[in-house]
Design a protein around this ligand. Structure first.
Ligand SMILES: Cc1cc2nc3c(=O)[nH]c(=O)nc-3n(C[C@H](O)[C@H](O)[C@H](O)COP(=O)(O)OP(=O)(O)OC[C@H]3O[C@@H](n4cnc5c(N)ncnc54)[C@H](O)[C@@H]3O)c2cc1C
Length: 386
């Protein structure tokens, strides 16, 4: 007899969403988190943008997960009082070459079921007066939120053991046993949502490496300078540098994309910041005169041999990996959690009577997520002009 129906390893966005859906479906779920706080990993270091998947490759699992979440998140966010706003995004084309790509991007968006509209220079200027783009693609349903609020509210009322690092997993009678410095625990199933460390729960044939992304933060009130999330025309490696408003009145720009080895180095590199300021000013010239007042860095969990390693372990059959959720986990976690629940039931988790709706969480704190992150990390003295 196991102690829990399901143990979720990791209290980031993916683990929180999985635990939320399991609890709603009536399961006895426990979340184990190695740090002393919720969402202390990748999930607290992102842009806070809920992407629609308009530019994702059609037909892929990742795109499907983002689209599945798109059909769920507004209802769940309203229910849990997770703060968000839907300013929409403008993908800005500054050259003829970039303008020529907008029709393809609109077509890709349509294949993914995302509504978009191409705007000419005049309509772009009307939509975003400080921009100087030749044309743009308007994606009305792109949204912003606070990822820390998403994690903590999804987990509200769920048992989480902080400071509990899972070091290994093995098959046990009726399920899986996890081991850590505190001893061992058993569950019918274990879901590995350990982000950057998802490759360290046992030999599994995949690895996770960190890709750093720095952001700069302009002064309070600067979010008023833009009406939309401003996106560059993407390339194969990255979505590029976004200029985006936040729920807290600050305007931010980022991220960079630099592969590194150290999974624990979250320090924004001072040398990257002027170039970010420069790129943001190219998108929005008025930013040239604005002060950069803060910065943070995130680490994307890059999966090898591929991202979105969502499969049962070949070593421990009731261990489900949700690993390598590199760049879109805020936009896909509730798609992944619904998928994971179906998988667990298909693999033998007995169906239960749905659980009660969660109690409304207490009111939120009003501290931007990157400021929580920076409490633990060294931030270089800043920094002003490009
Ligand atoms: C720079 C940057 C920008 C991004 N921008 C966006 C964006 O705009 N929109 C979007 O949708 N996505 C974005 N993302 C991606 C998104 O943040 C990630 O996909 C998501 O946070 C991954 O969540 P996770 O739960 O898999 O990992 P994590 O948040 O890292 O969660 C894993 C948790 O597991 C814990 N853990 C690890 N090992 C163990 C263990 N052995 N035992 C117990 N606990 C353990 C960790 O401490 C951590 O809390 C961005 C990411 C970065 C870095």
């Amino acid at each position: 007899m196991t102690e829990f129906d399901v143990i979720v390893v990791g209290a980031g966005l993916v683990g929180a969403a999985v635990a939320y859906d399991l609890r709603r479906a009536g399961y006895d779920v426990l979340v184990l988190e190695r740090e002393q706080e919720l969402g202390a990993g990748v999930s607290r270091s992102n842009s806070g943008v809920l992407h629609t998947g308009f530019d994702s490759p059609p037909g892929t699992f990742e795109t499907q997960m983002i689209r599945d979440q798109a059909g769920r998140w507004p209802h769940i966010f309203d229910e849990l009082k997770i703060p968000y706003r839907v300013p929409g995004a403008l993908l800005l084309a500054h050259t003829d070459d970039e303008a020529a790509q907008l029709a393809d991007l609109a077509q890709k968006a349509a294949l993914n079921g995302v509504q978009t509209k191409i705007l000419d220079e005049r309509a772009t200027r009307a939509a975003e007066p400080h921009s100087h783009a030749r044309a743009s693609l308007h994606i009305p349903s792109e949204a912003i939120t606070d990822p820390y609020e998403v994690v903590t509210r999804l987990l509200h009322g769920i048992e989480v053991r902080l400071g509990w690092k899972v070091e290994s997993t093995e098959t046990a009678e009726d399920g899986v046993r996890v081991w850590g410095p505190q001893g061992s625990l058993t569950a019918r199933f274990v879901v590995n949502c350990a982000g950057l460390f998802a490759d360290e729960l046992g030999e599994e044939g995949f690895s996770i490496t960190p890709r750093r992304g720095e952001f700069v933060v302009f002064g309070e009130g600067t979010a008023r300078l833009i009406q939309h999330i401003l996106l560059p025309v993407p390339n194969a490696f990255t979505k590029g540098v976004l200029v985006f408003p936040t729920l807290y009145g600050y305007l931010c720009a980022g991220p960079t994309a630099v592969d590194q080895h150290d999974k624990s180095d979250w320090t924004p590199h001072l040398s990257a910041l002027p170039a970010l300021h420069q790129k943001a000013s190219e998108v929005l010239p008025i930013l040239e005169g604005e002060r950069v007042e803060d910065a943070w860095a995130g680490l994307r969990p890059v999966g090898q041999p591929h991202n979105y390693i969502c499969e049962f372990s070949s070593r421990v059959p009731r261990l489900l990996h949700l690993a390598g959720i590199r760049s879109t986990g805020l936009s896909s976690c509730l798609g992944l959690s619904a998928w994971a629940l179906t998988q667990l039931i298909e693999h033998g988790l007995p169906v239960k009577a749905p659980g009660n709706a969660p109690e409304p969480p207490p009111s939120r704190s009003g501290t931007p997520w990157w400021q929580r992150l920076n409490r633990f990390r060294e931030v270089p003295a800043l920094v002003s002009r490009p």
